[in-house]
Design a protein around this ligand. Structure first.
Ligand code: 9MR
Length: 360
């Protein structure tokens, strides 16, 4: 029996009062966000997309979705002469039925390149490979994507270049102009999508994050000055809960800088790494939620912020368990829903910060 049928059955049986049904009483997050002219949603894995309970939750809560992995080169371009849209198309089909927008992630990144890439890409053909891929993939989805992460994580100050650019395969094979090429190609292939530069480590008031913010703003300024069609900045927002709360002055200056360049802002991959927090679940959930609230209430002061997406939506599916496991072996709790698809304090923190956001 589907959950809705089950509920109807119980309603008829007069048994509803005994059932804990918080979802039915809550206003969905997408409606709370919509009232503030914001989109709210999450990254979705193909595994979750196939689960009826996950689909029902996403349909209810999310007005914007992004595929966690299925639009990356590795998945969508499995052989030099072959593209595979099966999984990504499934997300678009679902989004259509649930009336959600879809972000495209991503068209150009140094990770999750296909296995054929290293032996095929050369300095002679890398620019053309990039152009052809973007023309094909952005062309396939033209008119159906809210915003594309055209270039992802191109800045890595630690690589020591004066322009802050990452020594990625793209930079090394095609030179720094690969970024211009990616955006101009995407604009041609899909004139409707909001073309986004997306990156991480932009939030904290530390020297490292400040240096990254400087390099990202310089990159964006250069793109705008050359009339390269970049329209939005994606701030991934993989936050780390710690005992010393974040300070936000550098972050605010950064968002002001992006606004001056006329860029829209998206929070694209929000989650909170809880490795520094104690094992106690209630305590952890409370501190993770406090981090959500602190971050979002600051970010939402900026009127050019238009969408908030978490990177996954249920704790058991988080990438953090694979990439940053807790030392005590317990799973991380970085997301708004738990493994039973119940909303956690982080969910209510999102809801409250959006409700409290200045009118936009
Ligand atoms: O969550 C994604 C994980 O399943 C992949 O294995 C990983 C590959 O590097 O990428 C993860 O998503 C990343 C996103 O695409 C870009 N920003 C950082 C995300 C977390 O690593």
């Amino acid at each position: 029996m589907h959950r809705r049928d089950f509920t109807t059955h119980l309603l008829r049986a007069g048994a509803l009062a005994a059932l804990p049904l918080p979802a039915a009483e809550r206003q969905p997050l997408r409606d709370v966000a919509n009232a503030r002219h914001l989109l709210a949603g999450a990254a979705v894995s193909y595994r979750e997309l196939q689960r009826e309970d996950c689909r029902a939750l996403l349909a209810r809560e999310a007005s914007i979705l992004v595929s966690e992995n299925d639009m990356k080169w590795q998945s969508i371009h499995p052989a030099p002469d072959r593209y595979d849209y099966t999984r990504a198309d499934a997300l678009l089909a679902f989004a259509k039925t649930s009336n959600a927008k879809v972000r495209g992630h991503n068209l150009c990144w140094h990770q999750q390149l296909p296995r054929w890439f290293p032996s095929t890409a050369t300095s002679g053909n890398a620019g053309e490979l990039l152009r052809a891929h973007i023309a094909e993939v952005a062309g396939h989805y033209a008119g159906r994507i809210h915003s594309w992460d055209v270039v992802n994580e191109a800045v890595f100050v630690e690589d020591g270049r004066s322009d802050g650019l990452r020594k990625s395969p793209w930079l090394e094979l095609a030179g720094p102009s690969y970024i211009d090429l990616a955006f101009t190609t995407a604009a041609k292939a899909d004139p409707q999508a909001i073309l986004t530069y997306n990156d991480y480590d932009l939030e904290q008031d530390t020297e490292a994050h400040e240096a990254k913010r400087r390099a990202v703003l310089a990159l964006l300024k250069g793109l705008r000055a050359r009339n390269v069609p970049v329209q939005a900045l994606g701030i991934q927002s993989h936050l780390v809960a710690s005992t010393s709360p974040y300070q936000w002055s550098g972050f605010h200056r950064f968002l002001d800088g992006a606004e001056k360049l006329g860029l829209t802002i998206f929070i694209t991959e929000l989650d909170v790494d809880d490795t520094a927090l104690p094992a106690d679940i209630a305590d952890r959930d409370r501190q993770v939620a406090a981090c959500y609230q602190d971050f979002l209430s600051n970010a939402l002061k900026h009127h050019n912020l238009q969408a908030i997406l978490t990177w996954g939506f249920t704790d058991p599916d988080t990438w953090l368990n694979h990439f940053h496991p807790r030392k005590d072996g317990t799973p991380q709790r970085p997301l708004p829903f738990d493994g039973q698809l119940q909303p956690k304090p982080a969910y209510f923190a999102m809801e409250q910060s959006i409700e409290a956001a200045p009118r936009r």
